[in-house]
Design a protein. Structure first.
Lengths: 343, 237
């Protein structure tokens, strides 16, 4: 049966919570609260991370040669897209960011192995939504939700044990709290998706050219490029070290059900070898760069000119359209509706 | 609305006066420039140093956005103030790079590279260049000042005996760890968060956050000091 909970604060303001909490015995409810607190988010996140897998992370952090739309756009245009999308997502209502997310996700289909990449980034997007929602939903004070939703009435869907307030939990989990968390996650997701498009479709040397054209010191840009090339390599080496441990018989006599635990164990043991291996390999990279007379002169020359093609014009026009729509939305009162104050 | 997601709010109750923050960064830049000129600036870095920095920044990104950030979700949320996997992992990685390179500027360049990569992979340049300046001239500069003071012997590198290396690694690591507990609550919570987003400042929370950060950062700083020293020896053979 539906009931109503009223909470009155010392300053005289009050809120009403419509009680949609399922009737569960106190003990069971406490156990469920603790399970949710300790593992509730960890389990779906772990499933998603396992679904992406180490190979999956390599695929969504590495440039691969191809010849479709995004691959023909120059790096500057893709950086403009990234910045434009970030600004739009930060200043407008959450559903506009959600629409941008859907458009960007759909555009992953144009990449090399597009369908597979779409599935992988979809998993990644889900991990962000779950992770960020969990980070906000139970903690956001009702006063913030009042400002966000212009209402004093909320739908309570779960009651935490009273002592959870010591950990910053609000007494009740509300539907609005969950919505608020999901909405905040959409501030980041379009930026992440457009950033990955830049990384997946641009060669490191194109990025090097772009940064050095805007006079970023060459030494610094070189470090950046090394980093960009190293990120997929880290997953590759990590994967090899984990597999080597299984080849040596790790957990081979144990039931299959324990595999995830052994995987975690192997993962922890793979961190230091991965680091040492890659840092030792640094010498080869440095020798290779030096033999090509890297930094022998103050400036570098460019093999390819920075050209603006039709595709670039399409993207720049789209970014301008996104920013104009953002301006219109703000004028219509659909700007940053939630009092988000930094992550 | 401000520029690039920066509200530019300087009148939030309780926030540190902007003059103090500007004064800090002016002094920090002056220190960076003066010591940097003495040590040869970017030219002092060999290609190998730059490769180390690049690899370190890559590890920081992988850790912060793909591993550490998710590990935080496996820890009860209230406890991430004490044990923040993402942050502590970055501390370890920056220590390793600093131990390998040991030149003034390593910390600042590594943090700056991490910041730009973080924007490319996750945040999307919103709020920049504030984060770039803030992180490089706080976390990065603290490491660099330690390098400038200790010379090539940062974190016990090059010590005659293993015991001396161990003790120096622990002590120096713990001190830098302690320093790393300060910028986030003081600079970010009490100035940049309200400056960028108009966030409310609660000094009770700022003080509590510093107190909560200190134990984890000091312990991890000490452990990272030892690990960085060991990895430096393993790599430098």
């Amino acid at each position: 049966m539906m009931s109503v909970i009223n909470i009155t604060y010392e300053n005289g303001t009050s809120i009403t919570l419509i009680n949609n909490i399922p009737h569960i015995p106190y003990f069971a409810s406490t156990v469920i609260s603790w399970v949710v607190f300790l593992f509730g988010v960890a389990v779906p996140l772990a499933i998603l991370l396992l679904a992406i897998g180490i190979r999956g992370f390599i695929e969504i952090t590495r440039f691969e040669k191809h010849n479709t739309f995004y691959y023909n756009i120059n790096a500057v245009t893709k950086i403009i897209l990234l910045i434009g999308v970030t600004i739009a997502a930060a200043i407008t209502v959450w559903w506009f960011s959600a629409i941008l997310t859907i458009i960007l996700l759909a555009s992953y289909l144009t990449l090399k192995n597009g369908f597979r990449k779409l599935i992988l980034v979809l998993y990644l997007t889900l991990t962000f939504i779950i992770g960020i929602t969990q980070g906000f939903a139970p903690y956001t004070p009702y006063s913030v939700l009042q400002l966000a939703y212009h209402t004093n009435t909320f739908n309570a869907i779960w009651e935490w044990p009273s002592y959870f307030s010591f950990m910053g939990y609000q007494p009740y989990l509300t539907l609005q709290g969950l919505e608020y968390g999901v909405q905040i996650s959409f501030r980041f997701i379009p930026a992440t998706l457009s950033g990955l498009i830049l990384i997946l479709t641009t060669t490191p040397s194109e990025i090097l050219g772009t940064f050095s054209r805007i006079k970023v010191p060459l030494a610094f840009v070189f470090s950046l490029i090394i980093a960009l090339r190293t990120i997929p390599r880290i997953f590759e080496v990590f994967d090899t070290v984990v597999k080597l441990q299984f080849m040596r018989g790790l957990g081979s006599t144990k039931p299959k059900v324990f595999y995830p635990m052994y995987f975690l164990y192997a993962g922890i043991y793979a961190v230091v070898p991965t680091m040492v291996y890659l840092f030792r390999g640094a010498k080869n990279t440095a020798i290779a760069a030096d033999t090509r007379a890297f930094r022998a002169k103050e400036t570098i020359t460019y093999l390819n000119d920075l050209t603006f093609t039709k595709e670039d014009i399409v993207i720049v026009t789209l970014v301008m359209a996104i920013l104009i729509i953002s301006g219109i939305l703000i004028a219509l009162g659909l700007g940053r509706g939630i009092p988000y104050t930094g992550y | 609305m401000g520029f690039n997601g920066i509200d530019g709010d300087v009148n939030v109750p309780g926030m540190i006066p902007w003059e103090v923050i500007v004064a800090y960064f002016v002094v920090a830049i002056a220190v960076a420039v003066v010591i940097g000129k003495k040590t040869g600036g970017l030219k002092a870095f060999t290609t190998l140093d730059l490769v180390y920095i690049g690899i370190g920044a890559a590890f920081s990104v992988v850790w912060e956005f793909y591993i550490g950030g998710f590990l935080n979700k496996f820890v009860p949320s209230g406890l991430t103030l004490f044990i923040n996997f993402g942050f502590l992992g970055r501390l370890l990685i920056v220590f390793i790079v600093a131990a390998l390179v040991r030149k003034f500027g390593t910390g600042m360049i590594t943090l700056a590279a991490f910041d730009i990569l973080g924007d490319l992979f996750h945040y999307g340049f919103g709020g920049e260049p504030i984060f770039l300046i803030y992180e490089a001239l706080t976390y990065g500069l603290f490491i660099d000042i330690a390098i400038a003071l200790l010379g090539g012997k940062f974190l016990g590198v090059g010590s005659k005996t293993q015991t001396v290396a161990l003790v120096l690694g622990i002590v120096e690591g713990a001190i830098i760890g302690l320093l790393w507990a300060i910028p986030d609550p003081i600079f970010y919570d009490a100035f940049f968060r309200p400056f960028l987003y108009g966030a409310v400042v609660s000094w009770a929370k700022v003080i509590f956050t510093i107190e909560a950060f200190i134990p984890g950062d000091v312990i991890m700083g000490a452990i990272a000091g030892i690990i960085a020293n060991r990895i430096q020896r393993a790599v430098a053979v």
